[in-house]
Design a protein around this ligand. Sequence first.
Ligand code: GUN
Length: 293
Amino acid sequence: MTLIDGKALSATIKEEIAAEVEKIKAAGKKVPHLAAVLVGDDPASAVYVRNKVRSCEKVGFKSTLLRRPADVSEDEVLELVQQLNEDDDIDGFIVQLPLPKHINEEKITLAIDPRKDVDGFHPVNVGRMALGLPCYLPATPYGILTMLERYGIETSGKHAVVIGRSNIVGTPMSILLSRKSKTGNCTVTLTHSRTKDLPAFARSADIIIAAIGIPEFVKGDMVKEGAVVIDVGINRVEAPDRPKGYKLVGDVAFDEVAPKCSFITPVPGGVGPMTVTSLLLNTLKANRKEVYR
Ligand code: GUN
């Protein structure tokens, strides 16, 4: 069994990005610049955004954090998005989700210029992904594909079972794994809460992507010998013996499943660290105008 070390891989890729930034500087070109909009004071969102800004600094990108109070109007956020769309110094930006209830997330996402949508959430980027055209891939699927590629995991002809159909993980993963590409060519089954006998599908999988948001949902008897298991879950469960009173577990019962796997990602330290790295890679692509001319 090989543990897929997302933390180490993420650090390696950040070093590679930093080296690219040095080349950009040496050539006298503009360094990549990411902006992040954070509305309100949701503690988890604040942590995520701080992590994104810090990661920018680490690789030598410019970053701009734009904070607005929770009672900011939808129109004001739309205006801010418009300013960022038009600001030539900013290569890409994100609006951290969730937004307060009075702001329509779909409306905000649609207002972002697809050329600067480094989250890959705009329907233009989602559509381009589905068609196999150049696009910004959403961070989590992009991170998973990078792990598969860098660990040399063969996907062609394999049966991939995706558990969970969210817009940001399950659905894009099912599309990407089935595409004619280096980390594609799988036969994909997309399973979800209404799937009948989900364990039977899981047992026939060569590759499992667990993204259903239920702690330790994937048990040992749902995984075949030699499977590759990618755990996207981050669930807080009570743990009175831990200093904080809780611990983080994935969507996979790691101790039962790991001994059967050829490859498995841990939680924490698996998929999670790869997501910010994917955002940096998208920002680098935006800076180089690799996706849109
Ligand atoms: N909230 C949770 N994950 C994400 C993400 O990847 N991007 C944005 N914008 N908001 C999020």
